[in-house]
Design a binder for this molecule. Structure first.
Ligand code: FES
Length: 161
């Protein structure tokens, strides 16, 4: 057993875990943050994507211990109270979710994509960048539309801050 100390959604936590515990297990099983999903457990589907120190990571592919000292954000941590994150709002408005299983990972990856590409984002880039996230409903068209829409909304939101 080891104690992993990290910040999750702005809150400092210390969790005793077995050394083999994955980051996704720490989040879901120890902190009850079940918005982060497990689709494959083998780094293929992207349902488990969270942000670690501001970048998207597949939490099924990391040991909890590798997140020691890190700042982790999950899907539960991106809205401001009742106000959705611009990416969540864009997914809602563009019908970018179907069964919803891939949505948390898609949104966390998409925020990272927009933050890295800023205003330079086009459809081909979004499709390429989202290759690590699989939608089992295969509804990619509206997801891509949502990400492009959110890129504009995030710019507006940033300018207003
Ligand atoms: Fe992590 Fe599929 S559960 S990539």
């Amino acid at each position: 057993m080891s104690t992993v100390k990290l910040t999750v959604n702005g809150k400092a936590v210390a969790v005793d875990v077995e050394d083999r515990t994955l980051l996704v297990q720490l989040l879901r099983d120890h902190l009850n943050l079940t918005g982060t999903h497990v689709g494959c457990d083998t780094s293929q589907c992207g349902a488990c994507v969270v942000h670690m120190d501001g970048r998207a990571v597949k939490s099924c592919t990391m040991l909890a211990g590798q997140a020691d000292g890190a700042n982790v954000t999950t899907i539960e941590g991106i809205a401001k109270g009742e106000e959705l994150h611009p990416m969540q709002a864009a997914f809602r408005d563009n019908h970018g979710l179907q069964c919803g299983y891939c949505t948390p990972g898609m949104i966390m990856s998409a925020i990272d994509i927009v933050q890295r590409h800023g205003g330079q984002l086009d459809e081909a880039t979004v499709r390429h960048e989202l290759e690590g996230n699989i939608c089992r409903c295969t509804g990619y068209h509206n997801i891509v539309k949502a990400v492009l829409d959110a890129a504009g909304r995030m710019k507006v939101a940033q300018a207003a801050e």
